[in-house]
Write a protein that binds this ligand. Structure first.
Ligand code: DGL
Length: 267
């Protein structure tokens, strides 16, 4: 049974800390929005799981999340979970979901030379859903795909607090691949990458655009569930599903602080 003081209007879910920039975007648009963030870090990384596993883990987490926080809407701030499990989640649960899928349509619109990089998880780069987006919106374009689970793991592990040089070093292999392929746009198709979007932007230079889907996703969530002021809402909070060891808990406390969230501990 949800306690009255644990209800939030918006819930965000990811396999880790990747969805936090989406939560921040909503907070910037609607400072009074009541939000809870849940990381299924017990099963991180989703990008290396099978479709069946992702569906099972996502459903399990959503079930717990609804039982505890009773949100009005869930924002799936994870491309991997969205491309693989969104259909199943919508069939299983009655509340609305907004998904986060690779910004292919947006990139095609903005690219001048029609050569576009997709940076994502191992699952997302080859998922049929991504292929369908390419078929539907990308005709006449070349897509250079790269899966980078190592970079995702580094970000989950706190790369955000490292020096600019460290971050630059971490994105270098991806950047080199896209430059070599002569792309003029890179789609950040895994939410974790948004934590270092500024580094991508400055290192890629003004000839390369970095594309993310925050605006579209959050505006869609606000259309479905316009923000309601609730003076009794609990503080915006962050939870994780993993049995927390000290190092993981430290990272999550750090991320919570950075995104002005109360650290709620294990869900
Ligand atoms: N943040 C997730 C995404 O957008 C995936 C990271 C992972 O669990 O591999 O796809």
């Amino acid at each position: 049974m949800t306690k009255k003081n644990e209800q939030y209007q918006y819930a965000f879910i990811d396999s880790g800390t990747g969805g936090l920039p989406y939560l921040q975007y909503l907070h910037e648009l609607e400072p009074d929005a009541s939000m809870v963030y849940v990381a299924d870090n017990a099963h991180f990384p989703y990008g290396k799981k099978t479709k069946e596993e992702v569906i099972a883990f996502a459903s399990e987490t959503v079930e717990k999340l609804i039982a505890r926080f009773n949100p009005e809407i869930i924002i799936v701030a994870c491309n991997t979970m969205s491309v693989m499990a969104l259909d199943s989640l919508r069939k299983k649960f009655t509340l609305p979901f907004v998904g986060t899928v690779p910004g292919i349509k947006l990139a095609v619109k903005q690219s001048r030379n029609k050569r576009i990089g997709i940076l994502a998880t191992e699952r997302t780069v080859c998922d049929p859903y991504t292929e369908r987006l390419i078929e539907e919106f990308g005709s006449g374009c070349y897509f250079e795909k790269r899966a980078d689970q190592e970079l995702i793991a580094q970000i989950e592990d706190g790369l955000i607090t490292d020096s600019y040089e460290e971050k630059l070093k971490a994105i270098q292999p991806a950047l080199e691949q896209f430059k070599k392929a002569n792309t003029d746009s890179i789609i950040l198709a895994c939410t974790h990458f948004l934590h270092i979007e500024d580094v991508f932007e400055s290192a890629a230079g003004s000839d390369m655009q970095i594309i993310d889907t925050r605006s579209g996703v959050i505006h869609q969530a606000l259309r479905i569930a316009p923000c309601k002021k609730n003076p009794d809402a609990p503080p915006n909070s962050c939870y994780a599903t993993a049995a927390l060891d000290t190092h993981i808990e430290e990272q999550y406390r750090m991320y919570s602080k950075l995104f002005q969230l109360r650290w709620g501990g294990a869900l």
